[in-house]
Design a protein around this ligand. Structure first.
Ligand code: 0X9
Ligand code: ZN
Length: 310
């Protein structure tokens, strides 16, 4: 088991996933989804009591750490894995749903955020700019939905969208998972920070046909989280990402919705102290367990909705 009293390094999380697959072979499968730009394996877990062979079960896909500095989202994902596999108190969620969980979508960036620059956001793609004076692609602008329309074509910018849609091996991993299982994935959650938002497509501000349902289920998720917060901190807001937050294109949630995943969200977890500056990415060890616990309440609410309506 893993205790959420600190942030874990990439190698530790990899080891943890190997350990789970080995110790819970009837529930957990470790899958390699590809290789990062710097050559690291991008591994994810399939959690299923029927080895993913029962097409009558819906799939919930949770991804985190697409943005390197957003450490708290990865902690929340690890908490969800623990609650599903090691310390399960919600048997319906593991028996009746198959899960795909990708804790570290951007391993190169994550390691860089530990070793060199705590506030690094992008991946570590090089060869884009003279003498590599600027490196990295914003992976959440690199998916193929309205690619390049609400993002930057300048390598040095934080929201640089890359040379083309899915130019990055890291975004190709998500794409392949979504494409492979799109008929069964009912919910996709891409966990980010910070701001306490439940955001739904599209980042351009255009509304998908099921926007009303997306809003309704988004409110269920946000309310479930707020219900376990201290009253002073009830602060989740729900809305279309382009309208509520800011316009952007090429997001993972947008691609998931585009290929047919009905309930696709970007969850922006809170900053550990109502911070509005970049320090909102910093993680207080005391906040990790709470963030994991409250986010899990939201994930459960979303997953149960999906289960009941599948
Ligand atoms: O800008 C982003 O990629 C996300 N916010 S963050 O502060 N974590 O960088 C929001 C993405 C919302 N989804 C889409 N725009 N599709
Ligand atoms: Zn983010």
């Amino acid at each position: 088991a893993l205790t959420l009293d600190r942030v874990y390094r990439w190698e530790e999380i990899e080891e943890y996933m190997v350990h789970l697959a080995r110790n819970y072979p009837d529930k957990v499968t470790l899958v390699n989804g590809g290789t990062s730009f710097e050559g690291r394996p991008i591994n994810y877990l399939r959690i299923s009591t029927t080895n993913f062979q029962d097409p009558s079960k819906p799939v919930v896909f949770v991804q985190s750490l697409l943005h390197s500095r957003e450490w708290i989202g990865q902690a929340a994902t690890l908490y969800a894995i623990e609650k599903l596999v090691v310390n399960n108190t919600d048997s319906d969620l593991i028996n009746d749903i198959d899960w795909i969980i990708l804790p570290t979508a951007n391993p190169d960036g994550y390691i860089f955020s530990h070793n060199s620059d705590r506030f690094w956001r992008k991946n570590r793609k090089t060869g884009l700019f003279i003498a590599d004076l600027c490196v990295g692609v914003d992976l959440n602008r690199n998916y193929d939905y309205a690619w390049g329309t609400e993002s930057s074509d300048a390598v040095c910018e934080e929201n640089f969208h890359g040379p083309g849609p899915f130019s990055e091996p890291e975004t190709a991993v998500t794409k392949n998972i979504l494409d492979e299982h799109k008929d069964r994935i009912e919910m996709f959650l891409d966990i980010h920070s910070f701001g306490s938002y439940v955001l739904y497509p599209y980042g351009t501000g255009e509304l998908p046909p099921n926007a009303l349902d997306l809003n309704l289920v988004g409110v269920l998720i946000g309310d479930a989280i707020d219900a376990v917060k201290l009253s002073a901190n009830k602060n989740y807001t729900v809305g279309n990402s382009g309208l509520l937050l800011y316009p952007s294109s090429g997001g993972s949630d947008d691609y998931a919705r585009k290929v047919g995943i009905p309930y696709s969200y970007c969850l922006e977890l809170p900053a550990f102290r109502g911070s509005s500056s970049i320090t909102g990415f910093l993680v207080d060890p005391e906040f990790i367990a709470q963030a994991g616990y409250e986010t899990w309440e939201g994930i459960k609410a979303g997953a149960r909705y999906v289960l009941d309506s599948y």
